[in-house]
Design a protein around this ligand. Structure first.
Ligand SMILES: Nc1ncnc2c1ncn2[C@@H]1O[C@H](COP(=O)(O)OP(=O)(O)OP(=O)(O)O)[C@@H](O)[C@H]1O
Ligand SMILES: [Mg+2]
Length: 334
């Protein structure tokens, strides 16, 4: 599928926890880099799962080149929030020329830090930053578990509208002030003007990012699921929520599929065969419900895919999408 999207710049893997978002992100990133594309694989997972899969400590260390063309950025969101809050504290102290922040204000700051929106805003900001810099051919975003991913997308919209409101309000106020200043023969304070510019800059950045992620030629949202009831239901829910946000789920990846040919292998243990049989009706259901969305089927590996060798295999599966519906239907027992 990916090779049929010439304008594609961003791939965002979403889905319920623990089904294979990070594995898919790392694998697709690696695949693209081997095709000569400059790729940034980005994550905000506090568990440092990209460090784990690339077998290197990348957490909070900025953009690191793993192999030729493949860069990984694993954001330490807590640290970012901390730095941001520190800068606010400094500004307050400078502004009021005080050494210590009053208790009530400190309480307020602390409760703001605990807000989940704060975490998302930090993460989101980092995403906007890397894309705005435009130094890569592809950006692959490994999302935190499902709920967050969706909210983050929704936030782009809310945030840009919110900034628009502030912007409008400030512009009107500024026009009045400017008129008043002219009457008195004064010039408008420079910092007022600067603030407007700052606001305009932030808004434009968010707007262009939100335009980018809602443009389905340039951005593909891919849901990772496994052949299990809960994952199927969650995927359906996600597709609905995306629709409500005016976004399209571009595809689904079916991960952790037990190789069905083992059913005919006399050496395969019974418990394995049972797992294959258990997955069958769910595979059938996935084909029925998401037929046009299926991008790839990734077999269950005998061990956790870690390291370049292991993710190379999965990257090839994701890229080539050799499966066609008839193979899947056979898997589903038709
Ligand atoms: N096809 C597979 N075969 C075997 N193990 C797999 C496969 N895909 C993923 N795993 C393993 O399953 C676990 C979860 O995968 P992964 O970390 O990619 O999921 P995730 O969606 O990113 O999870 P989270 O929501 O916690 O970030 C990992 O230990 C991973 O190595
Ligand atoms: Mg993950």
């Amino acid at each position: 599928m990916f090779d049929k999207m010439p304008d594609l710049r961003i791939v965002i893997f979403a889905g319920k926890g623990g089904l294979g978002k990070t594995t898919s992100s790392a694998s697709l990133s690696y695949k693209l880099s081997t095709l000569g594309k400059r790729v940034l694989c980005f994550s905000t997972d506090p568990q440092a799962s990209l460090s784990d899969i690339f077998e290197r400590n990348l957490f909070g260390k900025g953009e690191i080149e793993i192999t030729r063309n493949l860069y990984v950025l694993e954001i330490d969101a807590d640290k970012k929030i901390h730095e941001y809050v520190e800068s606010i504290r400094r500004k307050i102290k400078d502004m009021y020329k005080i050494d210590e922040i009053p208790r009530e204000v400190e309480d307020y700051i602390e409760s703001a830090v605990a807000e989940p929106a704060m975490y998302e805003s930090a993460v989101y900001d980092a995403m906007v930053d890397v894309v705005a810099e435009g130094r890569y051919d592809y950006y692959i975003f490994d999302m935190p578990p499902f709920g967050h991913g969706i909210r983050m997308v929704a936030m782009a919209d809310i945030l840009s509208r919110w900034i628009d409101k502030i912007f409008e309000a400030r512009r009107e106020a500024l026009e009045l002030e400017a008129a008043a200043a002219r009457l008195k023969g004064e010039k408008l304070l420079e910092y007022e003007d600067q603030m407007m510019k700052e606001l305009e800059y932030v808004r434009d950045r968010i707007l262009s990012f939100s335009r980018l992620i809602s443009d389905d030629k340039r951005t593909a949202f891919i849901m990772v699921l496994i052949p299990e009831r809960m994952a199927i239901l969650d995927t359906e829910k996600a597709i609905e929520m995306f629709k409500e946000l005016g976004l399209r789920m571009r595809g689904v990846v079916i991960n952790q599929v037990y190789p069905p040919w083992l059913l005919d292998d006399p050496r395969a243990p019974d418990y394995l065969k049972k797992r294959i049989v258990t997955q069958k009706p769910y595979i059938r259901e996935i084909v029925e419900r998401f037929r046009d969305l299926i991008v790839a089927v990734i077999p269950m590996q005998s061990r956790e895919p870690k390291g370049l060798e292991a993710i190379k295999f999965i990257g090839d599966e994701l890229w080539n999408s050799s499966i066609d519906i008839s193979v899947l239907e056979a898997l589903g027992g038709r």
